[in-house]
Design a protein around this ligand. Structure first.
Ligand SMILES: *[C@@H]1O[C@H](CO)[C@@H](O)[C@H](O)[C@H]1NC(C)=O
Length: 305
């Protein structure tokens, strides 16, 4: 808790200097389900991910890993330093999927920047929750990891993707550990592979139930722990990248969760967050005040659904 207070205080000081007044959103992107993009736009998106993985880290921390790995690095490290800061961390993590505009501005390298000009896709796993394992999405983004190609780093076994646009991605981290490995998925429902992939946790009925919660605190709790948590464990299983805190290893991370909002309720024993709290990005992008992401209708996010 002390650490969080310190972090908030010191961030607030730097934020005063960093935070720009926001301009209007004049030309919003429409964020659409990935399958509604044409094949060229889909390829542009997946190529952009692979392009990030060819660029050196931009974090100024002397890392020998790639710009793509920076996302996992930041996610894992923030997870570690602010374990009690769910109310802060949560909006940060939810906004990572919306970072295309920030990336465009922040990426120093035009080659990576230019390829991100297309709208970001969302994965409509909810559309296929009755049988997630056989969703048509997998033919576009690579499906389950196989048992024919496995790797091990330390005690962690990985089920490597052998197909699709990300099959050659080699994430550098397993949680905090430097552990280069194949991109891995392990479709699992806690009992069977792939089983139901916990589809009832993110189907239309469940989302309707969650949208009817009366307080923000309830809404957030249900949304985070049921559909969000279930997709991580259904696609990540026990041997997949979407499972641990280094889940940005799997590009699906950036497509599975839309924007959510910020709690004004303290978590159990926690500190109440305010609109002036700052979400730290460790240099991946400029730090962002929560007040700046309470709407998508400013120049920072600038998108609609
Ligand atoms: C990259 O950095 C890691 C972590 O510091 C180190 O263990 C590894 O040997 C380095 N790899 C190369 C190829 O330099």
């Amino acid at each position: 808790m002390q650490l969080l207070r310190l972090l908030s205080l010191s961030s607030a000081v730097s934020a005063a200097a960093l935070v720009q007044p926001r301009q209007a959103c004049t030309n919003p992107e429409k964020r659409v389900e990935f399958r509604t993009l044409d094949a060229a736009a889909q390829k542009q998106y997946t190529d952009a991910v692979m392009c990030l993985a060819t660029k050196p880290s931009g974090l100024n921390l002397g890392l020998n890993t790639t710009l793509y790995d920076d996302f996992s690095y930041v996610h894992t490290h923030l997870n570690k330093i602010t374990p009690d800061a769910n109310h802060l961390l949560s909006p940060l993590l939810r906004h990572v999927p919306s970072l295309a505009p920030i990336l465009r501005a922040a990426l120093p390298r035009p080659a990576a920047r230019m390829r991100l000009h297309r709208p970001h896709g969302l994965l409509g796993l909810v559309l296929d929750a009755a049988d997630t394992a056989h969703s048509s999405i997998w033919s576009l983004v690579g499906g389950n990891g196989g048992t024919d190609k496995v790797e091990k780093t330390g005690t962690q076994e990985w089920m490597c993707l052998t197909d699709g646009p990300f099959k050659d991605l080699r994430p550098a981290y397993n949680e905090l550990e430097y552990a280069p490995h194949c991109l891995s998925r392990d479709f699992y429902d806690g009992k069977n592979r792939p089983g139901t992939m916990r589809g009832s946790a993110y189907d239309a009925a469940e989302l309707k139930f969650i949208s009817e919660r009366e307080t923000y605190a309830d809404f957030r709790l249900y949304l985070e722990s049921i559909p969000h948590g279930s997709i991580h464990s259904a696609v990540g299983g026990q041997k997949g990248d979407l499972k641990p805190s280094s889940s940005p290893n799997d590009p699906l991370f950036f497509c599975t969760t839309p924007r959510s909002t910020v709690s004004d309720q303290p978590p159990a024993g926690g500190v109440k967050s305010t609109l002036d709290d700052v979400m730290p990005f460790m240099g991946l992008a400029a730090d962002i005040k929560i007040s700046e992401v309470m709407t998508t209708q400013n120049d920072l996010l600038c998108y609609t659904y």
